[in-house]
Design a protein around this ligand. Structure first.
Ligand code: NAP
Length: 293
């Protein structure tokens, strides 16, 4: 039976996105526009530093400028917002990414909200979230966008399917639920207070794991033939899904690593290039509603 199962290889999806982006970046460069992503890292959390470095390296490989801003762990909310406002006003910057989480003394929500909607390439502002929920122009959060992109790449139907999303965070569980809803799935959102989680997950044609707990989703929860997307990334290269056990039941599943992660980074690059094109009114068709088609 194993040979009938599909491993949803995020590296292939990411590569296809980057191939397409490479042409668009070259067009921008030929017109004198260098797409630029500014990443802000506050403090010295090693995992966050690694994520920021990975994003910066991915930019550089594609010819996108990566402007890395590292701020002291004692930075105040006001200081951080001041830096973000400077980036908002800088016409050479097309995307702003504030690496989450920030140190506890910072009001993260206030900092996110200070990012200009035009440069909110990770869909962290409430305006970006709302516009995305309404299917209007905004950049969705990158991980939800990656999940939809994987389903589309593998031509997995969404319409009419029962999607179970485990997790309701503002950057992942909630936006991916709304994006699935906008694509005509019937969506159930689960969280830490959900009763009978195993039974509910067992109803899912599509299961999205966004819990932040290693190997949390068990194989015997999964309906035979379900599609399993594991957004989790925990220490030791572990997802939020018990991969080997869920593989037995699922018809298709994302691995960790090389599942949702690389596509998330590709989406960040894509949104930055989209933003660079928009800010210079280039004619390349930027369909901001493509996730809601
Ligand atoms: P988060 O903000 O901690 O949210 C976790 C969610 O899981 C919450 O909604 C929480 O419910 C729910 N939850 C916790 N325990 C649960 C339980 N026992 N039963 C059911 N639901 C439970 O995490 P996040 O930022 O969304 O991230 C989720 C995962 O995705 C993490 O593994 C993270 O590393 C990963 N991630 C990956 C990428 C990527 O690029 N691949 C990007 C971002 C995040 P409550 O709301 O009730 O607390």
């Amino acid at each position: 039976m194993l040979e009938q199962k599909r491993i949803l290889d995020g590296s292939c999806v990411a590569q296809e996105i980057k191939n397409e982006l490479s042409e668009r970046v070259n067009l921008l460069l030929a017109k004198g526009v260098i797409p630029c992503l500014a990443t802000i890292l506050v403090g010295d959390d090693p995992a966050s530093a690694t994520y920021v470095r990975m994003k910066g390296n991915a930019c550089n490989r594609l010819g996108i400028e990566s402007r890395r801003i590292s701020l002291d762990k004692d930075t105040t909310t006001e200081q951080l917002i001041h830096v973000i406002q400077q980036l908002n006003e800088d016409s050479g910057v097309h995307g702003i990414l504030l690496q989450h989480p920030v140190p506890t003394q910072i009001d993260e929500r206030a900092a996110f909200e200070s990012i200009s909607i035009d440069k909110d390439v990770d869909g962290v502002t409430t305006m970006g979230f709302a516009q995305n929920a309404f299917g209007l122009a905004a950049y969705p959060s990158c991980t939800p966008a990656a999940i939809i992109a994987i389903l589309d790449y593998y031509q997995i139907p969404i319409e009419g399917k029962h999607a179970i999303v485990v997790g309701r965070s503002p950057i992942l569980g909630k936006p991916v639920s709304l994006m699935l809803l906008n694509r005509n799935a019937t969506v159930t959102i689960c969280h830490s207070k959900t009763n009978n989680l195993d039974k509910i997950v067992g109803l899912g044609d599509i299961v999205v794991a966004a819990v932040g707990k290693p190997r949390f989703i068990q194989g015997d929860w999964i309906k035979e033939g379900a599609i399993v997307l594991d957004a989790g990334y925990n220490a030791g290269n572990m997802g939020d899904v018990y991969y080997e056990a869920c593989l037995e039941k699922a018809s298709a599943i994302t691995p960790v690593p090389a599942g949702v992660g690389p596509v998330t980074i590709a989406m960040l690059l894509k949104h930055t290039v989209d933003s660079a094109e928009r800010s210079h009114s280039f004619s390349h068709s930027v369909n901001l509603n493509e996730f809601n088609k």
